[in-house]
Unconditional design. Structure first.
Length: 399
């Protein structure tokens, strides 16, 4: 065998047993990378299902409108009575936006000689209030989030606010001259602040005037009533209790981690809220002065959106402890938690009926946010909004 022939044999062996397999392996690896990348791109391009994101229900995943604001939901309100779907038509004396005149509350502390009272509304005319047993909610059915009311039986829907800034998270306040009032948060002046309005659409009043976001109000009754809300004024969400006119707010949660979704007890002595101070969201309760903090849920899953029953004996909330967000009810001491809903879509933001016999809540089971009502055993489920737009943040009042 000649040396040239031997070298050729060795070359062919090296080529077939080393070069070819190595090239094939590299080609297969490249194909694997391309296929994996393609699958990831395809998966990420799919529509987001009606489920939770970022460890919280969809209702909590909406970003605020404020530049550089904390990332949490935003809802909306404003006056000028309009039927749902109708174009805003300014009435005589109204501004071109259809808003009733805005009056800013006096932010001085109430006199110490008497308990603080609700700030006096202006004399702007207020249309007849809605019937007793009324649902208030935020909806974008007319283009952006506004505040609406409707009868609890699903009767006609009435739009209360008309602002280019989003309005949301309505909460019932005590009635004034027999007409219920609603507190709500609004971005109409840039960042989110708290406002109030008659349930008939008149007497718009600004309650807070802060460069930080002020959101999620509830009313703490009693001999010295307080307006409770969540604020980002210290760089993270905290719970504050202040005078009814929005002044004198004091931090009652005081923790570097997120405290949100305050719910005021009907007795006026405690505030429930959800908190991330243990890592996962938990339902906490604290006295009105910030003392005696108690973790009610103590569960590794997320528990959010507490709501006191009218008799103060139970708390409804939303939890993902069964793999998706559902509505639960527990005793006010955190015991005897019972699941009421069972659907693969998110259920969140429970609100008790004034008689304590039913719950309203927001659900994505139809593909968009709708307000549903059910009995306390989960039966009798009814979609009361039934609209292709998003309907959020329900509050159930007796006015």
């Amino acid at each position: 065998m000649s040396p040239e022939y031997a070298r050729g044999v060795r070359f062919r062996r090296i080529f077939w047993f080393l070069v070819v397999p190595s090239t094939a392996c590299l080609a297969l690896a490249a194909c694997g990378i391309l296929i994996t990348g393609g699958l990831l791109i395809f998966r990420n391009s799919q529509a987001t299902p009606a489920g939770s994101a970022s460890g919280r229900p969809l209702a909590r995943s909406r970003a605020t409108l404020s530049a550089g604001a904390l990332s949490t939901a935003t809802p909306t309100p404003g006056p000028g009575l309009l039927q749902a779907g109708a174009a805003p038509q300014p009435a005589a004396g109204e501004s071109p936006t259809g808003e009733a005149p805005l009056v800013t509350a006096t932010l001085a502390p109430a006199p110490s000689s008497a308990p603080p009272q609700m700030p006096a509304a202006t004399n702007t005319p207020s249309l007849a209030g809605p019937p007793r047993g009324t649902l208030a909610f935020a909806s974008d059915r007319d283009g952006n989030l506004e505040i609406y009311v409707m009868a609890e039986d699903g009767g006609p829907v009435t739009r209360l606010t008309n602002s280019p800034g989003e309005d949301g998270r309505p909460s019932w306040l005590p009635p004034v001259q027999g007409i219920g009032r609603l507190a709500f948060e609004s971005a109409r002046d840039g960042n989110l602040n708290l406002y109030s309005v008659d349930a008939g659409g008149g007497n718009l009043l600004r309650l807070t005037d802060s460069p930080a976001d002020e959101v999620y109000a509830c009313w703490l009754p009693g001999s010295s009533p307080r307006l409770v809300h969540a604020s980002g004024r210290e760089g993270n969400w905290e719970i504050y209790a202040g005078n009814p006119d929005g002044s004198g707010a004091v931090n009652v949660s005081n923790d570097p981690r997120e405290d949100f979704s305050p719910a005021c007890s009907p007795a006026g002595d405690r505030i429930a809220f959800d908190s991330r101070r243990t890592g996962a969201y938990e339902i906490m309760v604290v006295n009105a002065d910030g003392s005696s903090l108690t973790n009610l849920t103590k569960h590794p899953a997320g528990d959010v959106s507490p709501a006191w029953s009218p008799d103060g004996r139970r708390i409804a909330f939303s939890s993902d402890r069964d793999q998706n967000w559902e509505i639960y009810v527990m005793d006010a001491d955190g015991s005897n938690a019972v699941r009421l809903t069972n659907d693969p879509a998110d259920d969140d933001h429970p609100a008790w009926s004034p008689d304590g016999k039913r719950l309203a809540f927001v659900s994505w089971r139809t593909g968009n946010a709708e307000v549903f009502i059910m009995n306390l055993d989960g039966s009798g489920l009814v979609n009361v909004t039934n609209h292709p737009a998003e309907d959020w943040d329900v509050a159930w009042g007796a006015w």
